[in-house]
Design a protein around this ligand. Structure first.
Ligand code: GLU
Ligand code: ZN
Length: 304
């Protein structure tokens, strides 16, 4: 199945762990622009599986922030209400219970020769041959022995990873029952008919494992567009936990959403500075992106 033949569906998938900051807003804006410029359906999906990290007020604040910017959506979901779907998909994959603690995994990696340094730890497969039935178990995916390559329609980059040696068997469900992000996102995007995934570059290196899951679950692979994350004056990416200024503070202070949108687009550096008016609505940004021809996601799609 090819997503090119399907009606366009895009999404914005925030985690309601706190207030949206300008960086989240810029990604939300680009995802919305991409969908709307192609007359697609736009989905708002709250990624709230790890209930301990969620803030109840953040759902509403996120909705209000998006509305304030003029970024609408056609359907809304919460991952926390879709657990049955994930459980069903999990059953279709070759998984095994794993009772290893972080410490045990680290010790096993240390003990093996040629342990990789610095990079994300690759699970050495300890529980493939069995695990302790008396300890709570996570479910790991026994990854197929193949190389998965992905390409990005915005950056034109390609990334190949060998699942066994570069990714390793990864957790699909934690030992407290919480489904893993990489897994839920794949099930959801397929179930919701998402054809276009526009998100931050922080998820680029996780794309091969998500595409691998799509392959084994028989799901189509969407088009990917990874956009740069907003950084502060030190070049560090904005993060909720570091107290990046929340969008709601601007909203509550009576700032004009049109000015915020203008700043968000200018901050990308994709358009000449004076091509963007000081104040502009989300709707008016759509033709602007087309006219200037410089908004890459639009460009690459209109060429296909
Ligand atoms: N929920 C993820 C985040 O907040 C985004 C997931 C995605 O776009 O695939 O960064
Ligand atoms: Zn294990």
């Amino acid at each position: 199945m090819n997503v090119v033949d399907q009606p366009m569906v895009g999404r914005f998938a925030p985690s309601p762990t706190g207030a949206m900051h300008l960086g989240n807003a810029r990604t939300a804006l680009l995802a919305w622009l991409h969908t709307r410029a192609h007359g697609g359906r736009h989905i708002l999906r709250f990624e709230d599986l790890d209930s301990g990290r969620m803030r109840n007020w953040a759902y509403d604040t996120t909705r209000r922030d998006l509305e304030w910017l003029g970024l609408d959506w056609d359907a809304e979901y919460r991952q926390s209400g879709r657990l049955g779907l994930y459980a069903e998909a999990l059953n279709r994959l070759d998984t095994y219970p794993c009772t290893c603690s972080r410490k045990e995994i680290a010790a096993a990696i240390q003990a093996s020769a040629g342990a990789p340094h610095g990079e994300e730890d690759i699970y050495p497969g300890i529980c493939r041959s069995g695990s302790d039935p008396d300890r709570p178990a996570a479910q790991r995916w026994h990854v197929p022995d193949r190389t998965v390559c992905v390409s990005d329609d915005l950056t034109s980059e390609t990334l190949c990873q060998h699942l066994g040696s570069e990714v390793g068997d990864f957790v699909l469900q934690r030992n407290d029952g919480v489904f893993a992000y990489h897994f839920a996102v794949v099930v959801d995007d397929a179930d919701m008919g998402v054809t276009d995934i526009l998100r931050g570059t922080d998820l680029w290196t996780a794309t091969p494992r998500q595409v691998a899951l799509q392959g084994d679950l028989g799901f189509p692979t969407p088009r990917y567009f990874h956009v740069p994350l907003m950084t502060d004056f030190r070049g560090e990416r904005l993060a909720k936990r570091d107290g990046a200024p929340p969008l709601m503070a601007l909203r509550e202070a009576g700032e004009s959403p049109g000015k915020v949108l203008s700043e968000l687009v200018r901050s990308l550096g994709w358009l000449p500075f004076n091509a963007v008016p000081d104040e502009i609505s989300a709707m008016d940004l759509i033709p602007l992106c087309y006219e200037t021809g410089l908004f890459h996601p639009m460009k690459s799609l209109s060429q296909t």
